[in-house]
Ligand binder design. Structure first.
Ligand code: IPD
Ligand code: CA
Ligand code: CA
Ligand code: CA
Length: 284
């Protein structure tokens, strides 16, 4: 579709080329023994390919858009105090733990924010050979395997027909009980709950109707910047737990994305778990 803004349109084009290039790289490299280092804990990993993919994306973006800001997990992991007019928000490999285990559930995520509001997103799922993208106001599309628009799918009965998903990230302490509290509450009520290990993958699954809803308490901006645009443009809602719209500069780390009726249900039921927002351990 014709683009209203030159920047969003040309950035979308650059992001699609990068996603495709890096997706092919990871498709070829998945069988290799990965070079793994640890970060904050023994379970928080980074591999040589996280850095390599990041290098490819950042060097190209810098060359094409020298005035734009960049936030990216491995080299520029800190959200700026003042967001630039345009900022790229990149997760070179989302699902590093899976990738390090040669498990195929991982994604490459390239987002663009305008004054801290996500405006364009491209996500590649290399093992499925899928690339999906969206520009705000223009709908959500598969780019690979073929260009095709997609829209949200609502389950007939909420929550009985819902397949939900969450992520537990790198939390191992008492805060994890808060996520597991909602998990245990919803498990008997819905069809099933899945844990993929990749927030961007989960966003794409919800946007394309393969999962009904996703929640997570502790995400970073690169985990949902691109995915929130893709999901919203397909007709889903992507917000904070209390239903507030997603901005990258609000300091919040909680996130839900779901088909509209499922989203209503999740916001309502999460509200009875206020400790999620406060980040407090589960009350007894
Ligand atoms: C992680 C994954 C995981 C989610 C964590 C993220 P990474 O990202 O998306 O599913 O639960 O919160 O940090 O470290 O693999 O890019
Ligand atoms: Ca991530
Ligand atoms: Ca990552
Ligand atoms: Ca990581």
């Amino acid at each position: 579709p014709a683009c209203s803004s030159h920047t969003t349109c040309s950035s979308g084009y650059v992001a699609l080329q990068l996603a495709e290039q890096c997706s092919s790289l990871l498709q070829r490299a998945i069988k290799e023994e990965q070079v793994i280092e640890t970060k904050s804990t023994f379970a928080d990993l980074v591999t040589a390919y996280d850095k390599k993919v990041e290098e490819i994306i950042i060097s190209t973006v810098r060359r094409a858009f020298p005035d734009h800001g960049i936030v990216s997990e491995e080299s520029f992991p800190v959200s700026p105090a003042e967001w630039k007019e345009w900022s790229w928000v990149v997760d070179p490999i989302d699902g590093t733990t899976n990738w390090a285990n040669q498990n195929p559930v991982f994604a490459i995520s390239i987002g663009l924010a305008h004054r801290a509001v996500p405006i364009m997103g491209v996500i590649a799922l290399p093992s499925l050979r899928e690339v999906v993208y969206a520009i705000r106001g223009r709908g959500s599309f598969y780019y690979k395997p073929e260009t095709k628009q997609f829209t949200v799918r609502e389950p007939s009965n909420v929550p009985q027909d819902c397949l939900l998903t969450t992520g537990i990230g790198y939390e191992r302490g008492p805060l994890l009980q808060a996520t597991m509290g909602y998990f245990m509450e919803q498990l008997p009520l819905c069809r099933a709950i899945r844990l993929s290990g990749s927030a961007c993958w989960d966003n794409v699954m919800v946007a394309t109707g393969r999962i009904s809803g996703y929640w997570e308490r502790r995400l970073k901006v690169w985990d949902y910047c691109a995915g929130s645009v893709i999901a919203q443009e397909s007709g889903c809602r992507a917000t904070r737990f209390d239903g507030r719209p997603v901005r990258l500069d609000d300091g919040a780390e909680d996130y839900i994305v779901a088909a509209p009726r499922v989203h209503d249900y999740m916001v309502r039921t999460l509200a009875t778990h206020q400790f999620y927002l406060a980040g407090q351990p589960t009350p007894h």
